[in-house]
Design a protein around this ligand. Structure first.
Ligand SMILES: C[S@@+](CC[C@H](N)C(=O)[O-])C[C@H]1O[C@@H](n2cnc3c(N)ncnc32)[C@H](O)[C@@H]1O
Length: 267
């Protein structure tokens, strides 16, 4: 299948997609690139609020495959309509497609990053399973109760309003749908790399950009994630991990919100 050029204002027939992989595949064939108004500006690792020093972590092994493994193991999502929220270049989405074979829709305010993701997917022969929608967490461009999985790595910490973003995640999930939202390297990430990552971050806490790094660590703390989830009115959730400068046997370094939308939830 060939990806058309980005198309403005086409509508994804997600209502046809509830819990049915064939219907999702049909959606994939029908729509390849949707444009919606972005309510928030995109910010990522090179943002001015993000401390310098993260660049050196790029020399460490890739985390995406390990994160995708954890998403499957811990969320056990049913196949269907899967979203990578704050997808950036789609590395998690691509790893998930490779891991589970299910199509993934990226959502991000940064269309240039997602365009790179679409190109990477094409180079890897996955162009029929990766889609892109320009949008933001605070106003997801999808109807209520349609998604089987929302995964989001390294993004919630940049959202303008994480609580509103989580409300939106809850809204678009179908009953029984799963969310796996946070940041980290994945439980299978090589231990030497985890140790190096944590050691480097700890050193930064007393370095030239100590204040930015403290904020970085605070935002990625389990208590912060619990506060966001509780304020968003989520009930059936678990916060996993010990944060940005600690390791956890179940999810490795980082922090993750694992959420299942209860069957009785009304949007
Ligand atoms: C550090 S990057 C992470 C990208 C990717 N998920 C990864 O793990 O490599 C953060 C991403 O969040 C996106 N972002 C920022 N604000 C957002 C918002 N309000 N809603 C959704 N995504 C947002 C940015 O554009 C950026 O692509």
């Amino acid at each position: 299948m060939r990806l058309p050029a980005p198309i403005a204002s086409r509508t994804l027939p997600v209502s046809a997609a509830r819990g049915n992989t064939n219907h999702i595949a049909a959606c994939v064939l029908q729509v390849c690139f949707l444009i919606f108004a972005a309510a928030a500006s995109g910010r990522c690792a090179d943002d001015s609020q993000t401390p310098k020093g993260l660049e050196s972590e790029r020399d460490l092994p890739s985390r995406y495959g390990y994160v995708a493994e954890d998403v499957r193991r811990l969320s056990q999502p049913v196949k269907g309509f899967w979203i990578d929220l704050g997808a950036g270049k789609g590395d998690v989405a691509i790893a998930l497609i490779r891991e589970a074979g299910n199509p993934v829709v990226m959502v991000d305010p940064d269309k240039d990053a997602m365009t790179k993701g679409l190109e990477a997917a094409r180079q890897q022969g996955m162009q029929d399973r990766l889609l892109a929608v320009v949008g933001s967490a605070e106003s997801l461009p999808f109807p209520d109760g349609v998604a089987d999985l929302v995964v989001s790595r390294g993004s919630i910490f940049f959202w303008q309003d994480p609580v509103q973003g989580l409300r939106e995640v809850q809204r678009v999930l179908r009953p029984g749908g799963k969310a796996f939202i946070g940041g980290g390297a994945g439980s299978g990430y090589p231990k030497e790399a985890v140790a190096k990552l944590i050691q480097q971050r700890k050193e930064q806490l007393s370095g030239a950009e100590a204040e930015k790094w403290k904020k970085f660590v605070e935002l990625r703390h389990p208590d912060q994630m619990k506060e966001w989830a509780t304020s968003a009115g989520l009930t059936d959730f678990e916060v996993l991990g010990r944060g940005a400068i600690d390791d956890d046997p179940k999810v490795g370094q980082g922090v993750w919100l694992l959420y299942t939308k209860p069957s009785a939830t009304t949007n």
